[in-house]
Design a protein around this ligand. Structure first.
Ligand SMILES: [Zn+2]
Length: 815
C-alpha cells in the first residue's frame, strides 16, 4: 500500500538521469557511471546516519501528508495509542526536517550499525565458504542401510558427514538396484542438511526413501567435489525364535486411566504371589485435586482492570467446592465496602457513591476479601494476571467456586499411592534389575498399556513358556506403568493434551482459572543431571510452559519415587523410559548446553557399540509384530536424533548410577502406501492403532529383558584383534576389532596396559572406531573388556601378569 511514494521518488530520480536509463537498457554495460544521490543520502558505507525510524502520526491524513512530502515509507502501518505508526527511511537531516514540521519522529528500528553487522556476518560466511570451496571436501559415511517396513515396502536410509559445514554444500546420493546392476540404476536423491543448535551435524534423507530393490552400494557426491561409495547393509530383520505354541499375549482392549492401571498391577501381584509383588513408592503425589476457583469479570481487554478471581483454601474435594461468593450492590447511596461470611457463603457488599453507583474497584474487593479473617479462612483473592485492578467491578449473584475436575468418583481426589510391580523368581537383589516405566508424560496414553501388556505377558506365560521362565527366573523386573498418575487422570478426563503433572507452582499472576491447563511440572525435566538449573537446554523455568522443570530439581514426589526406586534396588542395571510418539530408540546423552552445543559426556565406544547391538535385537522384536521398522535416523543418543531435554530421567539414571537408561518413543510414523508418504500417529491414535503400538513395543520391552538377561549371564571373554588400515613410508594406521561390543585399552610406549591406558574411542558421532597413526615401528599392547566386565584372556589390568595382546606395527624404513 505505502510503497507508492518510494516508487514515485525513484522514478523521479530516473527521469533526472536519462543517460543512466539509456545505458542500463543496453545489454552489455562496461562501467556505468555511479548514480548521483541526494546530498544527505550517501551510500551505506559512508555512515551518514540514514536509519529506519518509527514515526507516529495522528491519522491517515497525516500519512498522506508524508507521502506528499516524498518521504520514503516502508510498507507497514500499525494502529497505536495516539494514532498510526509508520516507518520511514530518513537521514538525520530529513528527520529533523520532519520534526520541524511537527511530526513525531521516534526511535530507530534499524540503523547503519545493523547494516555493518549484517555485512560483516555475510563477509565471514562467504570467507568460510570460499575456504571450504578451495579444497575438495571429505565425506565420512556414517550409516547406509536398507530395511523393510509395513507391507514389505523397502526403504533406504543414508547418513554422510561432509568436512564442509556450510549450507551451500549439497550432497547427492545415488544407488544401484541390487547385485550386478548399474551403480545409478536404483535412483538418486538430494540429501538434507541436518543442523541442531546452529551446528552442522550430518546429511541424511528427511525420511527414508522407498526403493523397489535392496541396493548393494550407495555413492554420495558433494557439490564441493567429495565422493564416497559404501556398501548398504540390512537394518533390523534379525531372525527371532517364534514364541512357543502356548505363548499368550494381547491383554489390553482400551486406553486405561491410572486408577485402572494401578488396579490391574495390584490384581496381578495378588494372582501371582510367587513371582510378583507390589512395591509401594514412598512419596504420595499431590493428588488429582485442585483448589476451587471463580473469576469475576471476563479479563479481556479493558475489562481486565475490573476482573479478579478467588481460590479456595481447601481443595475443591475437601470443601472448596462448597464455598460461594456474591458481589452485592446495596440499595442505598454512600455505602462502604464490606464483607460478610455465613457458613461457606461469602458476600461482598460493594461501595456506592453519592449517586448510588458502584464505586469498588477490583483491587479494593481483593484487599477487602484478603483482609477479612472469616473470608480469608475460606478463600484468597487476586487481581487478574497482575493487573492493577483499578476498574470498578460489577455486581454478581452468589457464585459457587469449583475445582472444575470432571473425572468420575472412581478416581480418588486424594494423594495418589504410586506402585511398581516387581516381577522375578528371586527378588532378593541377587539378579540383574530392570526398571520399565511408562507415562511420565500424561497424554501419552499408549505407554501405560504397553507396560501393563508386558507385565501380563511375563506373568501369564511363566508357567508354560520356557523363554519367559528364563527371563522371570533370572531377572528382577520393576514395572511402573504410570509415572505421572495425577496428570494421567487429568489428561483422560479434563484436558487430553496435558503433558505434565497437576501441581500448580505458578504465582497468583498466573493462577486464574483460565490458566488451569497450563500448570504442572514436566517430570522428564525435573531430574538432577544436565538440568535447566545447570544451564542445559530443553526445559524452562516458566511455570506455564510445557517443559517447565519445576521450582527445583526433584521438587516433585513422582520424580523422587523414581530416584528412590533405583537407589533402593541397586541391582537395577537397565531402565527403559517409554514415551510416545514418533518411533525412536534412544540413549544418553540427552542434553546439551546451547552455547557451543556442549553435550553431557558421550558413552565410551564399547558401550555405544553395545547400544547399537542391543538396538538391533530390540528393534527387530518391535518389527516382529507388524513390520514396523524404527529408522536408523531415529536410533541413537537423544541429542543426535531428537533434541536436548535438560533434566530427563534417563540421564539421571545413567550419569548418577551407571544404569543403562534407554528411551522409547512408541508410535512410529505409519507409511501410507497410496500417498507414498509417512504419516505421524500422534499421542492418542484410535485405539486400533494404539493397541498395535502397545503390542509391538511390548515386544520391544520383552527384548530389553532378553538383553538384560544375556548381560547378567555373560561370562564370554571378548576377543580382540589389531587391524592395520593403511601404511606408507613414514607412518602406519591401525584400529582394533572385537568379537562382541567391548572397550579396548592400549599402549604404544611399550608399557603394560591398564584401565588407565588410552581407550579406543569412536572416530566421531555415529562413526566407527578411531584410527590410530604411528610414525615409527611400534609395539602395541592391549586388552579388551566387555560391558559385563569380562576381561580378555582373564588378564588382570591391576595385577602384574603379561597375558595382554602384543603386536608390532611396522613402519617401512623406520625402526
Ligand atoms: Zn513424552
Amino acid at each position: 500500500m505505502r510503497s507508492s511514494p518510494r516508487r514515485t521518488r525513484r522514478y523521479a530520480a530516473v527521469l533526472a538521469l536519462p543517460l543512466a536509463l539509456t545505458l542500463n537498457a543496453l545489454p552489455v554495460l562496461a562501467d556505468p557511471s555511479p548514480q548521483p544521490v541526494p546530498p544527505d543520502r550517501a551510500s551505506s558505507t559512508a555512515q551518514d546516519g540514514v536509519a529506519l525510524l518509527r514515526v507516529v502520526v495522528p491519522d491517515h491524513a497525516a500519512v498522506d501528508r508524508l507521502v506528499a512530502l516524498g518521504v520514503d515509507l516502508a510498507e507497514y502501518t500499525k494502529p497505536v495509542d495516539g494514532g498510526i505508526e509508520v516507518h520511514a527511511v530518513l537521514s538525520p537531516g530529513e528527520a529533523q526536517g520532519l520534526r520541524d514540521q511537527g511530526f513525531d519522529v521516534r526511535d530507530a528500528i534499524s540503523d547503519q550499525g545493523d547494516y555493518a553487522a549484517n555485512i560483516a556476518e555475510r563477509r565471514q560466511a562467504l570467507a568460510s565458504a570460499a575456504a571450504d570451496a578451495a579444497e575438495t571436501d571429505t565425506l565420512t559415511p556414517l550409516r547406509a542401510e536398507w530395511f523393510t517396513s509395513l507391507d514389505d515396502q523397502r526403504f533406504l536410509s543414508v547418513e554422510v558427514k561432509s568436512s564442509a559445514t556450510d549450507a551451500q554444500t549439497v550432497l547427492t546420493a545415488t544407488w544401484d538396484s541390487g547385485p550386478g546392476t548399474a551403480p545409478d540404476s536404483g535412483g538418486t536423491a538430494t540429501m538434507s542438511r541436518f543442523t541442531d543448535a546452529g551446528q552442522y551435524m550430518y546429511h541424511r534423507f528427511s525420511a527414508p526413501i522407498p526403493v523397489t530393490q535392496a541396493p548393494t552400494k550407495v555413492t554420495v557426491t558433494s557439490s564441493r567435489g567429495g565422493s564416497v561409495t559404501v556398501p548398504v547393509t540390512k537394518w533390523l530383520g534379525e531372525k527371532r525364535k517364534p514364541p512357543s505354541r502356548h505363548y499368550v499375549s494381547d491383554f489390553i482392549d482400551h486406553y486405561m486411566d491410572p486408577t485402572e492401571i494401578t488396579g490391574r498391577i495390584t490384581a496381578l501381584a495378588r494372582q501371582f504371589p510367587k513371582v510378583a509383588e507390589i512395591v509401594d513408592l514412598p512419596y504420595r503425589t499431590n493428588g488429582y485435586r485442585r483448589a476451587a476457583q471463580a473469576q469475576f469479570g471476563t479479563g479481556t481487554g479493558a475489562a481486565a482492570a475490573s476482573t479478579f478471581y478467588v481460590s479456595s483454601r481447601a481443595y475443591g474435594s475437601e470443601g472448596g467446592n462448597d464455598v460461594s461468593l456474591a458481589l452485592v450492590k446495596p440499595g442505598a447511596a454512600g455505602t462502604p465496602l464490606s464483607v460478610a461470611v455465613s457458613g461457606k457463603n461469602v458476600a461482598v457488599t460493594l461501595a456506592t457513591d453519592a449517586s448510588g453507583a458502584i464505586g469498588s474497584t477490583a483491587v479494593q474487593v481483593v484487599a477487602a476479601l484478603n483482609g477479612d479473617a472469616a473470608a480469608s479462612a475460606l478463600l484468597t483473592a487476586a487481581t487478574y494476571r497482575g493487573n492493577a485492578g483499578n476498574g470498578v467491578v460489577a455486581e454478581a449473584p452468589a457464585t459457587r467456586l469449583t475445582d472444575g475436575l470432571l473425572a468420575p468418583a472412581t478416581v480418588s481426589r486424594q494423594p495418589f499411592q504410586m506402585k511398581a510391580l516387581r516381577i522375578g523368581k528371586h527378588r532378593d537383589g541377587s539378579k540383574v534389575g530392570v526398571f520399565l516405566y511408562c507415562q511420565e508424560h500424561a497424554r501419552e496414553w499408549v505407554t501405560p498399556v504397553t507396560c501393563v501388556e508386558t507385565a501380563e505377558r511375563l506373568l501369564r506365560n511363566y508357567a508354560q513358556d520356557a523363554a519367559t521362565r528364563k527371563i522371570v527366573d533370572n531377572l528382577d523386573i520393576f514395572v511402573m506403568p504410570t509415572a505421572n498418575p495425577d496428570g494421567g487422570h487429568y489428561s483422560m478426563y479434563d484436558y487430553n493434551m496435558q503433558r505434565r503433572n497437576m501441581t500448580n507452582h505458578c504465582p497468583v499472576t498466573n493462577g486464574d482459572p483460565g490458566r488451569r491447563n497450563s500448570w504442572g511440572v514436566d517430570l522428564n525435566r525435573n531430574f538432577t543431571v544436565g538440568s535447566v538449573f545447570d544451564g542445559y537446554n530443553g526445559a524452562t523455568t516458566t511455570c506455564t510452559n510445557d517443559t517447565f522443570a519445576g521450582p527445583s530439581e526433584l521438587s516433585e514426589p513422582e520424580t523422587r519415587n523414581q530416584v528412590w526406586l533405583v537407589d533402593t534396588f541397586p541391582n537395577i542395571r537397565f531402565a527403559m523410559n517409554t514415551h510416545s510418539y514418533g518411533g525412536y530408540f534412544m540413549w544418553p546423552p540427552g542434553a546439551y548446553k546451547t552455547a557451543g552445543r556442549e553435550t553431557l559426556p558421550r558413552a565410551d565406544f564399547g558401550t555405544e557399540s553395545f547400544f547399537w547391538n542391543a538396538s538391533s535385537h530390540i528393534l527387530s522384536a518391535v518389527q516382529g509384530r507388524r513390520g514396523t521398522a524404527i529408522w536408523p535416523g531415529r536410533t541413537g543418543p537423544v541429542v543426535d536424533v531428537l533434541y536436548s531435554a535438560a533434566g530427563n530421567s534417563a540421564d539421571e539414571h545413567w550419569y548418577n548410577r551407571g544404569i543403562i537408561g534407554w528411551d522409547f518413543e512408541v508410535g512410529a510414523d505409519v507409511y501410507d502406501q497410496a500417498a507414498k508418504q509417512y504419516r505421524a500417529v500422534g499421542f492418542q491414535p484410535p485405539f486400533e492403532e494404539g493397541h498395535e503400538e502397545a503390542m509391538e513395543f511390548s515386544n520391544g520391552q520383552i527384548a530389553i529383558l532378553e538383553v538384560a538377561r544375556a548381560y547378567g549371564e555373560d561370562t564370554h571373554k571378548p576377543d580382540s584383534r589389531l587391524k592395520e588400515l593403511a601404511k606408507d613410508d613414514t607412518s602406519a594406521t591401525f584400529t582394533f576389532t572385537t568379537d562382541e561390543p567391548a572397550n579396548v585399552y592400549y599402549t604404544i610406549d611399550g608399557s603394560r596396559p591398564t584401565l588407565s591406558s588410552p581407550k579406543l574411542a569412536a572416530a566421531g558421532m555415529r562413526e566407527g572406531a578411531q584410527r590410530i597413526t604411528v610414525n615409527q615401528t611400534t609395539e602395541v599392547h592391549w586388552f579388551a573388556v566387555d560391558i559385563a566386565g569380562n576381561v580378555e584372556k582373564n588378564y588382570k589390568p591391576d595385577g602384574d601378569g603379561d597375558n595382554y595382546n602384543k603386536e608390532t606395527v611396522k613402519v617401512r624404513g623406520r625402526r
